[in-house]
Every structure is written in structure tokens, then in C-alpha cells.
Design a protein around this ligand. Structure first.
Ligand code: NDP
Length: 498
């Protein structure tokens, strides 16, 4: 029988039995103060709800007992990663500067420790900003791990072991996710992105396992700073799930920038040796390096928060199952963000948190909208996409689709001599003319695609793209000047000439 969820705003069952307590300490208790949890609690408090939030003590490296207000994005994800991406990009800029007339003959050296110290200072500042935001919104904060003991009760175990008990009408789980290590001999020698952002010594030789967001971003970071990077992934191309053509461009760019890609190759063993770590791979090759990073995916953090005790259902990936209003099968418990494994991106967690708070405390039922969520991978140069990939468009569209592509030498490269083309793509419904997908690999891709995402959200047609006057001279203007389709593809996948 299909599972049915209570409707938004419907009363939790437990306190309506006429037996349970109806006076709660809080209207809402949130477990996890990352992007989603903080947004939900502040928005709910803004509607007049009495709200509390708990979070583990701060540490840049997460564990069962460490976290910090701000969560993955702020403390050990998007923010510190982008700082390191900025840091590493100077390497390429120095190379490009020569033909622009700059004589770079002096002593250009890179100080990893200084960058990491500045990065840590910034995330500690942001941790403080988040605390002040919560306090300013009158959200009570408790430091410690939250555990649900019944559908309306949360225990917070504080550092030192003291447990505080709170009752709440509604409970929101926003505990995020954690990196999954590869299960191979010597796995304890490897690091994850958490440690990768805080290493004491700069690793001069690095092996990275995985071909996803984190793998290609860190490959670019370390390589840009001068490390020798070997990237091992199990598919023929990195970035599974992204547009095939763009994946090829990214793989080419990685190699061009000095990263050695090893497609369809897996790590089999790690061993400590005098010079560092010996990595053995499944084709028998051995590599000796200073650091091995596992970037082989993340898993929802659902352990030790009492979910099984109250019967909250998980899916086969271990994520909390929720309905379209983020409500679990236990009517007084909701979940948002990476712990639900829908689209694991900070802005999506923010959207889910806002929708939850508006629905439950603002009297305005609101479902998160997952259509045309743009995203970016900060490899170098970055990749950014919105809407459907060509494959998905062919599978989903009822009509033929027109594919417009452009591969060109960015103006800056004509002088710098860098051999690296920018690639752009638009996917258009041949009958309705609606733009179904857009993507770009090239400098500033993420900044450019945010604007394109608005156009797609508004249902823009190719004719409207064409009617838009370009900004000259930019790479972005190419998106409004692609006049001739590269190919036409039928819903059966037949590729026709245009
Ligand atoms: P991804 O899911 O992006 O990539 C995981 C990679 O690990 C894939 O290449 C996958 O291979 C590979 N993999 C998984 N299991 C194994 C295995 N047993 N052996 C070998 N390879 C394996 O995860 P990430 O960890 O990179 O990032 C987690 C999530 O965090 C992302 O999906 C994204 O949602 C978010 N994120 C977003 C960022 C952004 O917005 N810029 C930046 C960083 C993270 P395969 O290709 O075969 O699946």
C-alpha cells in the first residue's frame, strides 16, 4: 500500500490523543546548524515560533563529536573550498600574465600555511556570524549532539556528557552528510575533503580517488598550487550525471592543466612507506605520494540521532525519506538538506528550510521546486549547468531537440597563449522553442550561468535568447549569438543534420 503523509500544517498525532503533553518547551527544535537548519530556524522564529537549535562543537574536521555552527558549506565545504580555488588560480594567472607584458622573474613562491591560516580565520569569523544571526533571530542555541527520544522530545548531550532534555511540537533534522571512505586495505592513511582543506603541510604529490565534484575541484586546487596530482576514477569520464560533451571538455582541461587522469582505474591498496604513502591500483601500477584523498561520495548523517528509535524511515541510500513538504513518516518530524539526499547543494537546503518554515509556521504551504536548479563545479576553469542535459532532454522531450554548441578560444587566451577552449551549449525544444538546458565550461561559468538560470526559470525561448543584445566583448555574449544548431535529435535518439 502506498505510504501517505499528513498534509502540511496538519497537527501531529501524538499530542492529539488526549494523553500526551501539549505544553512544549519549543514550537520547533532543529538538530543541525548547517545552512538548512539555520535558515529553517531563523525563518520559523521570524514567524513568531519559539525555536531552539543544537549543533556539535566546532572543529574544521567533522566527526561523530565535532561539527560547528555553519555546517559543511561554511566550515569545510563550499566556502573554504572556494578560498582555496581562488588561491590556486593565481598559479595559472602568473603563467598567463607573461604575454600581457609582466616580467615574472622574481621569487614567486607559495605559502600553504599562510593560506590555510587565513582560511581558518575566515571560517571562524563566519562561525561567529552565524551564531550572531541565530541569536539575533532569538533562536536558542545548544552545543552538543541531538538525539530524538520520542516524536516530541530531543536530548542534547553536551561536551562533558551532561544531557539536557527538551520537548518540542515539531522536530527538524538537518544533520547533513559525511564523506564515505573507500573500503580498501590501508584506508586509514587516506584523507577526505575535510582534512584536505586543513592539512598542516602542503602535499607535493597527491592521489585523488573519485571523479565527482569534490575530486575534480581538489585536483585543480592542489595542481594549481604546484602539486603533482593523479586523479583516479572508475568511469571513462569524470562528473557522472553531467552532460557528456561537457565531461569530455573537463577531462581535457584537467589534463591540459597538468593533472594526470586515470579513467576506469581504481585504488586497491594503501601502504605507509618511508617516503609517504604507496598507492596500488587495479592495473598493478604503484604511486608514491604525500597524500591520498578519497572523494568517493558522501552519505547522509543519520547515525546516533535516534531516528530508528522513533521509527523514522530511511531509504536504501540511508537518507531520511520525506514527502514533498520535507515531512517524514513520523508526523512531528521533518528533515531537510543532504540528510534527505535530494539535490545535495547548499542553496537547495536553504530552499527546503524556507519552504518548511513557511509551510509549518507561516501559514503558507510551499513545496521546494527542484526544476532548473543551476549548479557549478569549481574545477579550473569551472563548469556550470542549468536544466536538462542533452541525454535527459532526448529521453524526456516529446519533440525533437535542437542542440547548439560553441567551442571558442577566449579572448584572453589569444594573448596569453593558453590552449584551452571555452565550451557552451544550449538545448532547445524544436517545436516549442523553449530552452531546456544550458551549460558552459570556461572562465566565470558559474557567474554567467546564474543569470541564464533566471531565464530558464522564466521559460525563455531560443528566440528570446536571440533577441537579447550581447554584452561585448565577453564570452557570455556567445550564449545569445548561437544561430545555427549543431544537430537535431529525435525522441528516439536519432541524430539528424541541420
Ligand atoms: P559525487 O557523487 O559528486 O562523486 C562521487 C565520485 O566517487 C563519483 O565519481 C563516483 O563514481 C565515485 N565513487 C563512488 N563510490 C566509489 C567506489 N566505491 N569506487 C570508486 N569510485 C567511487 O560526490 P562528491 O563526494 O564529489 O560530492 C558529494 C556531493 O556534494 C556532490 O554530489 C554535490 O552534490 C555536493 N558538492 C557540491 C559542490 C558544488 O556545488 N560545487 C562541491 C562539492 C560537493 P561514479 O562516477 O561511477 O558514480
Amino acid at each position: 500500500m502506498p505510504r501517505t503523509f499528513p498534509q502540511p500544517g496538519e497537527q501531529a498525532l501524538h499530542d492529539d490523543n488526549g494523553e500526551g503533553p501539549v505544553e512544549y518547551d519549543y514550537d520547533l527544535f532543529v538538530i543541525g546548524a548547517g545552512s538548512g537548519g539555520v535558515r529553517a530556524s531563523r525563518t520559523a522564529a521570524g514567524f513568531g515560533a519559539k525555536v531552539a537549535i543544537c549543533e556539535l562543537p566546532y572543529h574544521p574536521i567533522s566527526s561523530e563529536s565535532a561539527g560547528g555552527i555553519g555546517g559543511t558549506c561554511v566550515l569545510r565545504g563550499c566556502v573554504p573550498k572556494k578560498i582555496l580555488v581562488y588561491g590556486s588560480a593565481f598559479g595559472g594567472e602568473f603563467q598567463d600574465a607573461r604575454e600581457f607584458g609582466w616580467n615574472i622573474n622574481g621569487d614567486i613562491t607559495f605559502d600553504w600555511k599562510r593560506l590555510i591560516a587565513n582560511k581558518t580565520k575566515e571560517i571562524i569569523r563566519l562561525n561567529g556570524v552565524y551564531k550572531r544571526l541565530l541569536a539575533g533571530s532569538k533562536v536558542d542555541m545548544y552545543e552538543g549532539g541531538g538525539k530524538i527520544v520520542d516524536p516530541h522530545t530531543v536530548d542534547v548531550e553536551q561536551t562533558g556528557g551532561e544531557v539536557k532534555r527538551f520537548t518540542a511540537k515539531k522536530i527538524l533534522v538537518a544533520t547533513g552528510g559525511r564523506a564515505v571512505p573507500l573500503n580498501i586495505p590501508g584506508k586509514e592513511l587516506a584523507i577526505t575533503s575535510d582534512e584536505g582543506l586543513s592539512l598542516e603541510e602542503f602535499p607535493k604529490r597527491v592521489v585523488i580517488a573519485g571523479g565527482g565534484y569534490i575530486a575534480v575541484e581538489f585536483a585543480g586546487i592542489y595542481s594549481g598550487m604546484g602539486a603533482k596530482v593523479d586523479l583516479f576514477y572508475r568511469k571513462p569520464l569524470p562528473l557522472t550525471g553531467f552532460d557528456e560533451e561537457m565531461r569530455e571538455v573537463v577531462a581535457r582541461n584537467l589534463e591540459n592543466r597538468g593533472i594526470k587522469c586515470h579513467p576506469e582505474t581504481n585504488l586497491t591498496k594503501l601502504e605507509k612507506v618511508a617516503g609517504g604513502i604507496k598507492v596500488t591500483v587495479d592495473n598493478g601500477e604503484e604511486h608514491e605520494v604525500d597524500a591520498v584523498m578519497f572523494a568517493t561520495g558522501r552519505k547522509p548523517s543519520t547515525k546516533n540521532i535516534g531516528l530508528e528509535d522513533v521509527g523514522v524511515e530511511l531509504d536504501k541510500t540511508g537518507a531520511i525519506k520525506v514527502n514533498e513538504y520535507s515531512q517524514t513518516n513520523v508526523p512531528s518530524i521533518w528533515a531537510i538538506g543532504d540528510v534527505t539526499n535530494r539535490i545535495n547543494l547548499t542553496p537547495v537546503a536553504l530552499m527546503e528550510g524556507t519552504c518548511f518554515a513557511k509551510t509549518e509556521f507561516g501559514g503558507k504551504p510551499m513545496k521546494p521546486d527542484y526544476e532548473n536548479v543551476a549548479s557549478a563545479v569549481f574545477c579550473q576553469p569551472p563548469l556550470s549547468v542549468v536544466g536538462l542535459t542533452e541525454d535527459k532532454a532526448v529521453k524526456q522531450a516529446k519533440n525533437d531537440i535542437l542542440v547548439f554548441t560553441s567551442s571558442f578560444n577566449p579572448m584572453k587566451n589569444t594573448i596569453s597563449g593558453r590552449v584551452e577552449k571555452t565550451f557552451m551549449k544550449l538545448i532547445v525544444d524544436a517545436v516549442t522553442d523553449k530552452v531546456l538546458g544550458a551549460g558552459m565550461v570556461g572562465p566565470d561559468a558559474a557567474e554567467i550561468m546564474q543569470g541564464v538560470a533566471i531565464a530558464l526559470k522564466c521559460g525563455a525561448t531560443k528566440a528570446q535568447f536571440d533577441a537579447t543584445v550581447g554584452i561585448h566583448p565577453t564570452a557570455a555574449e556567445e550564449l545569445v549569438t548561437m544561430r545555427t544548431a549543431t544537430r537535431r535529435v529525435t525522441p528516439k535518439g536519432e541524430v539528424l543534420k541541420v
